[in-house]
Write a protein that binds this ligand. Structure first.
Ligand SMILES: [Mn+2]
Length: 332
């Protein structure tokens, strides 16, 4: 845990604020959405105004956590309108990232926005966007840091807050099965259950709420599965036409990459998703032997040792070839 002084600085920033804007990285996952929702509740509970702004659309199962559809940059608010739209905001809280490339159209506004900035993050890499940064790289999820902050500040953990943080913890650990699943996360989870989080309800929301379109998208992806390097690397891809023909959307790809990890020989799973404008989003997952963050970083991306992502230009065959070469190199 970082030292108490930084936690106190974060509490002071929040106590001194009247109106808070909350955001997180593009393609928000469960940790990102759970943290935004938890912090929103905390701030409203303190009698202050809190509003979320996301960099890209939320998956339906995360959107359902919010009473009102949260604003999306580029859809509901244009980057040039940020100063005007959020003129009464005096504090910006950014969760689960401290990286400019993860906040496209938003990060550029920060240096001259004239507002205090609090970052709550557990990633090793960062761009020093904050006045105060709560960084805990040992935390399995940013939600763990928010939990520590709430306890430090003695704020109430309502059922909603417990549920939101439980979503953050459970998704960043792949429902408590990735290598980052430590005793701390189970202690935290236990406290959240005591505070009202219902694991069975959350499990159903997260993992048993597919639309038929999403399942059809998964079958398309599995049709494109290919094994390399004696079955140690699995590559898959999803093209724009797969989205169009199945009726699925971008957020529907979440976690689909993990399916092929059921194959015993697979050490690294890679999913290429064709982007609407150009190129591919390449997501990487490792069972432990390969540090996939290094590979993502080499091409300008980032993430964790076991889960990372990077945008690559096409053509697809060339992108697959480069990534497979990088992984093969590390596998030795
Ligand atoms: Mn996270």
């Amino acid at each position: 845990m970082p030292d108490n002084e930084i936690y106190q600085n974060a509490v002071d920033l929040i106590n001194n604020a009247n109106s808070v804007l909350l955001t997180t990285h593009i393609r928000p996952d469960g940790d990102a959405c759970g943290c935004v929702r938890a912090m929103m509740e905390i701030i409203r509970q303190l009698g202050k105004k809190a509003q979320p702004l996301f960099m890209s659309p939320l998956a339906a199962w995360y959107e359902s956590l919010f009473d009102e559809k949260p604003a999306i940059l580029g859809n509901d608010v244009e980057p040039v309108q940020l100063s005007q739209t959020y003129r009464d905001v005096d504090l910006i809280i950014i969760v689960d990232t401290d990286s400019t490339v993860q906040l496209p159209g938003f990060a550029e506004w920060l240096p001259n926005c004239g507002k205090k900035i609090l970052v709550i993050d557990h990633h090793i890499t960062g761009d020093d966007l904050a006045d105060v940064k709560l960084l805990d790289t040992e935390a399995a999820a940013a939600g763990e840091i928010i939990f520590d902050l709430i306890k430090f500040a003695n704020w109430d953990i309502t059922e909603h807050i417990a549920e939101s943080i439980f979503i953050a913890l459970s998704t960043d650990t792949g429902w408590f099965k990735f290598g980052n699943t430590d005793s701390r996360i189970f202690h935290t989870a236990a406290e959240l259950i005591d505070a009202g989080a219902r694991p069975n309800v959350i499990y159903r929301l997260l993992y048993q709420s597919f639309t038929p379109s999403r399942l059809y998208l998964m079958t398309r992806m599995l049709d494109h599965l290919e094994l390399h390097a004696d079955g140690r690397i699995a590559t898959q891809y999803i093209l724009r036409k797969d989205f169009d023909e199945t009726g699925a959307s971008g957020p529907d790809t979440e976690n689909l990459i993990d399916e092929c990890q059921r194959i015993e020989s697979v050490e690294v799973a890679v999913l290429f998703t064709e982007l609407a404008d150009a190129g591919f989003r390449c997501s990487l997952r490792s069972k432990g032997k390969v540090d996939v963050r290094k590979i993502a970083q080499k091409y300008g991306g980032g993430g964790h040792t076991l889960a990372s992502g990077v945008n690559l230009e096409g053509p697809l065959e060339a992108a697959i070839g480069s990534i497979v070469d990088e992984i093969t190199h590390q596998l030795g």
